[in-house]
Design a protein. Sequence first.
Lengths: 435, 251
Amino acid sequence: MAKTLNVNVHHVTRVEGHGNIVVNATDGQIKKVEWQVPEAPRFFEAMVRGRSYEDIQTIVSRICGICSITHSLASTKAVEKAMGIEVSEQADTVRILMHYSEQLQSHVLHVGYLVSPDLFGLPSVVPLAAKAPEVVKAVIRLHRVANEWSDLIAGRTTHPVTLIPGGLTKVPTEKQFRELQERLKNCVGDLTAVAEAVLSVASNIPDFTRETEYVSLKQEDPPTYTFYHGDITSTDYDGTVAINDWQTVANEYVSDQSTAKWTKWHRGSYAVGALARFNNNAELLSPMAKDVAKTFGLKKGCCNPFMNNVAQLIECVHVVETSIGMIDELLTKGLKDEKVKVSPKAGKASGCVEAPRGILFHEYEFDRRGNCVGADICIPTNQNHANIQEDFEKFVPEILDEGEDAVRLKMEMLVRSYDPCISCSTHMLDVQFVK
Amino acid sequence: MSKPKIAIFDFACCEGCQLQFVNLEEELLDLLSVADVVEWREAMSEQSDEYDIAIIEGSITRLEDEERLKLIRSRAKILIALGACATMGGVNKLKNNFDDLDEVKKCVYGKDAKKPHLATQPTKGADEVVDVDYYVHGCPIDRKEFTYIVRCLLLGKTPEIPDYPICVECKANGNPCLWEYGQVCLGPIIRAGCGARCPSNGFRCFGCRGYTSNPNVEAAKDVIEKFNLNIDDLKTKMILFGSRQEPTIHG
């Protein structure tokens, strides 16, 4: 059947940042399928030049409101590596707990507020609150716990202030950690309720598969489902690549479709995010997280990008369960009052952590006074842009017969499934159908 | 009385201030019961050109964004600048320190810097382009302060925003002064209202709420002298969020 359509979604909604989708099809022939990223560029790599190593995390956390802790951690790790600054075991553990709070906050926000309305066939979480009030309340409670967890450890919810090169300005008291642990234990019921709600509408998750390379961190010593330590790996690569060599993984290039840079490694594109971490490290998940994966039938090797949201749900359970145990270990060892004293020196290094939406690289060079002379930042959403474009090219012909509204909705859902954080890079969505 | 229509618009920023709306959790639902949010791209698919109150997040860095902001202003009865990027340009103004913006682009895009879609201009806060009725300071905004301002507007009252320095709140919290610990803290010259959040967590104030309208420069100089520092030590911290930045890097 001859199909002629023109989708033009200018600034896709319910994503962080601005993106456009353009589809032109005439007589069943697709003329153009394009993922465009028109976000106003902000030039962070220039803005940090001349600034002190002490101020880098304060500046770069502003790359993204949702994953500000992640940007702060990646930059602080890079500063520490560049200057040979040691971090204590206690500070390292507390930082990981800080990082987990953001994984929970971001995943709950994305799955609960931004993606689930699609699965329930609604335009936003507002009508969803009327249709499924108990589920939305559970989402709100989880989101609140995640935020108060960040508040406690990072000093506030967005843009952390306790993180400094060499450690932390402040750690919570034993009593505060015990209260947090109790709240995390109480989260389990809400996590189960949200997982069951998503499972009840899982048949609305589009059945689409395209063989894809998935890139994430991998930690072998000790083997950990890692967000923070480790080296770079992919589903196309048996070994690992050192963090300082991240440019050989990302191979960044400028696309005319985008103000954000695009990346590729073994294929024309690769994907990062929860599904990438799952595909590389699933056997290391916590027991409850493995159970959730089983209920959804999610197994290593999954190449359906929409399942990224299920992987996010699984990771929510993982970070909560793992943190409960980490707090026990921390308190068994006893909290110490650690003073941080560092002095700057010249150096260059990269820092890497997993943002909720995928692997993140920061690289800095400093002069002997500790002033930044160069920076290079490669954010996860940029690493997904080329993959979204390739998904579009396979997905659109498969759904073209479903009509303009369905094509528009499904393409928006596809973009959303990646949890794009385009202001990190620059903004995203505009779907155009031509008649 | 019909509910006021509110629209939320974002420009160049991290969108962390909008995120604070979501972080209101249940309170956001209360807010939605007294106002109609007709456009909020980050959270809703619905869009509208009719609104009473426009909330602007982000700084203005392109001509097309200036035009968009002017259009929004012409439609709105009340315009609120939300967060440091909108109230004063925020950290995005760091790029204004470069004499040559082509240098800035080259730092990031290298040989591709001249491509037309990568155009940029010096960063502006919202009031450098249009009239702003109310300011919600901070990076990010303080959720309590935001709901206070909205409550005032709905009740027809003028919100009272502190115009005294952070030190007042920091002292009230009983914190030891960070200057005594070797940190260059901007508390003496920055507008209070955040509850001295950063110094209370052991981290210097870096000025995200902007200067008080009459900063006590002499007091700041005294502190600098007392701790054997020079004015450049202070300036290098002021530059992070200060809207009155001087060029420090030459292209």
